[in-house]
Ligand binder design. Sequence first.
Ligand code: 5GP
Ligand code: 5GP
Length: 206
Amino acid sequence: VLCVSQDFDFFYFVQQWPGDTKKKSCCYPKSGKPAADFGVHGLWPNFNNGSYPSDCDPNNPYDQSQILDLIGCMEEEWPTFSCPSNNGTKFWAHEWNKHGTCSKSVLDQHDYFQATLNLKKKVDLLQALQTAGIEPNGTFYKLDNIGEAIKNGIGYTPGITCNGDASGHSQLHEIYFCVDTCGSNFIECSLFPNGRCSSEVEFPSF
Ligand code: 5GP
Ligand code: 5GP
């Protein structure tokens, strides 16, 4: 299948590590503490020059009635950590309204969320890291080793972003992969996010 879109060049598929302590307060969703695993942050249309479109269609706002069959899966794979505790609807609505509407020439709301969940199911990031002996227990690892473990386990070079822990040390925050404009297949990235990681990165526990 040929994926062509006039509207953007590729997607970033972004997963967040829940142990990240950037957010001053972190709340669990109403459904309870999520699994100690990476969760979806979003599927973001992007341009090759690094800019990206956002909020592309105010007339097509998030409508949960279109994705009722996906909600159970989203609660597991796409949990929110924002406060106050909520059921995730705000997070998903934000992601559709800001990013998803910019992909609507190829994906309607149901397709967009379904495509994102399908991508999540294709990659087991935690498994890839643990296979290489990289465990979420507060240990520091070489950024290069984290990248290699993911490349070896998943088959694609990840973008890795970090933030600072309470004492200012670099800690793992998010993992980016690039995806074709159909939202179906991983591709090698031609452009990586500014990761702000030091050469040694903490993998916090959750
Ligand atoms: P942060 O500053 O936390 O990295 O990003 C804030 C928000 O900006 C993200 O949640 C996302 O909505 C958007 N964003 C940041 N970097 C990128 C990017 O490289 N591409 C796209 N499409 N969105 C981004
Ligand atoms: P972005 O604009 O970076 O795609 O999305 C981040 C927005 O989603 C922020 O406004 C944030 O308040 C909200 N949000 C809700 N739950 C989460 C979460 O678990 N992680 C992140 N990064 N943002 C969340």
